[in-house]
Design a protein around this ligand. Structure first.
Ligand SMILES: Nc1nc2c(c(=O)[nH]1)N[C@H]1C(S)=C(S)[C@@H](COP(=O)(O)OP(=O)(O)OC[C@H]3O[C@@H](n4cnc5c(N)ncnc54)[C@H](O)[C@@H]3O)O[C@H]1N2
Ligand code: MOO
Length: 402
């Protein structure tokens, strides 16, 4: 069986970042920048005052009782101020352009004004309370790099840099197909021995969270024609994501149906628990990721494979965050499958410790929904004692926008 790392590498090798599109700033939140963004202007565009006060020549303020003639004012958005000549000052406000001739701002708390003249209680130093042109950034600066996720602060910066529209990656369209006669749509009446297609819900939300656009192809019955019909609807998608029917039973008809639709199979079955019957290939020109039906298997495979697939399609760095922490309880030796064990984080006597759930059956979704971590057990790992450091995937982190 194929190792997890090799399976991931083979999937990513087969995929390239998709095309870009232009969006106004107001619609670009949580999108991925498709090209480097260069500042079209400097900020501030000219030297400006950082305080309310008077623009002066610092050298002239050394004499304590000297009076200056106030020859005009400078305010943000106002007309150009008059220059400051010898013995003169200009009334100035925060953010306003520094008048020619001035090199410092005397704050108004230290000024005494009488009509059209002013004197200062303290001497100024050259450059005091002056923001030079380009203090924040200069025209031509590459402020945002291709592949960055656009959060609120990045959007603000892009706007300040002079951009109203941004080149972003198109959201990859992910067609999601659940398979199984027992399945009903969430919210619908469930017959005896029926199962709610919770995978459809969780996978669509994960796709959205990770920057894609889910397209729900519904539920296909375990019947050749139903599967063939549903598969044909994935034409044109960036990825076809299926769940269920991946294993070896008589009603696991997905692979035969995919075969008839002309699937080029890359691999089926990997050395992973949960997630053994993972399928990867291409059908009708669309990359296909076939997840197992068991809800925990589907969600864990989504974290380990679907997340990097979306990152790759979006031109983002791929990779699974891994941390290290001590176990709260011992673990048995592992077999040949790399295992991802649901665990909660507890406060131990000297810091956080990981407690794997006592039952790891891949149908038990409630334990996953309540887990904080997936403890990773490499193939053939020897028994691990309580207190031993083990690698773990932080679920809260991988489940947010990435
Ligand atoms: N003889 C063998 N049997 C099985 C093997 C094996 O190697 N030899 N592998 C097991 C493993 S591991 C897994 S994982 C499962 C995967 O099976 P399938 O992908 O074929 O999934 P199904 O049989 O269709 O369903 C399994 C389970 O999950 C429920 N399910 C399916 N789809 C959904 C959905 N959309 N939402 C919620 N729950 C779903 C389904 O009702 C079943 O209970 O095979 C083992 N068997
Ligand atoms: O891989 Mo299955 O997902 O072990 O239950």
């Amino acid at each position: 069986m194929l190792a997890v790392a090799e399976a991931r590498a083979r999937i990513l090798e087969a995929l390239n970042p998709g095309p870009g599109e232009w969006l106004p700033l107001s619609e670009a939140l949580d999108r991925v920048l498709a090209a480097d963004l260069v500042a079209r202007r400097s900020q501030p565009p000219c030297a400006v005052s950082a305080m309310d006060g008077y623009a002066v020549r610092a050298g002239e303020t050394q004499a304590p009782e000297r009076w200056f003639g106030v020859v005009g004012e400078s305010r943000a958005g106002g007309p150009p101020p008059p220059p400051v000549g010898a013995g003169q000052a200009v009334r100035i406000f925060t953010g306003a352009p520094l008048p020619e001739g001035a090199d410092a701002i005397a704050i108004q708390e230290n000024a005494r004004r009488e009509g059209s003249r002013v004197r200062f209680l303290r001497a100024c130093t050259a450059g005091e309370f002056v923001r030079p042109a380009g203090l924040d950034f200069a025209e031509g600066w590459t402020g945002l790099a291709a592949g960055m996720l656009l959060g609120p602060l990045e959007l603000g910066l892009a706007g300040a840099m002079g951009h109203g529209w941004l080149p972003v990656r198109r959201r990859p369209r992910v067609a999601i197909l659940a398979t199984g006669d027992e399945l009903v749509r969430p919210g619908e009446p469930v017959p005896p021995a029926g199962i709610v297609s919770s995978n459809s819900t969780a996978l669509a939300a994960l796709v959205r969270r990770w920057g894609g656009e889910p397209v729900d192809l519904g539920i296909a019955a375990d019947h050749h024609d139903a599967l063939a019909d549903a598969l044909s609807q994935a034409r044109g998608a960036d990825l076809l994501l299926t769940t269920g029917g991946a294993s070896v039973g008589e009603y696991d008809l997905l692979r035969p149906a995919l075969g008839e639709a002309g699937m080029e199979l890359d691999f089926w079955k990997i050395a992973m628990r949960p997630g053994k019957p993972l399928i990867f290939g291409k059908v009708m020109g669309v990359p296909l990721l076939g997840l197992p039906g068991n809800p925990v298997s589907a969600a864990v495979c989504a974290v380990v494979f679907l997340r990097p697939v979306l990152q790759q399609l979006l031109g983002r760095p791929t990779g699974l965050p891994l941390e290290s922490a001590p176990l709260a309880a011992p673990l048995q030796a592992n077999d040949e499958r790399e295992e991802y064990m649901r665990a909660t984080i507890e406060q131990g006597p000297s810091g956080p410790v990981l407690r794997p759930a006592s039952r790891q059956d891949s149908s038990m979704f409630a334990t996953l929904a309540r887990a904080d971590a997936l403890v990773v057990r490499p193939p053939h790992a020897p028994p691990a004692a309580a207190g031993e450091l083990v690698p773990w995937v932080p679920l809260a982190r991988v489940l947010r926008a990435s």
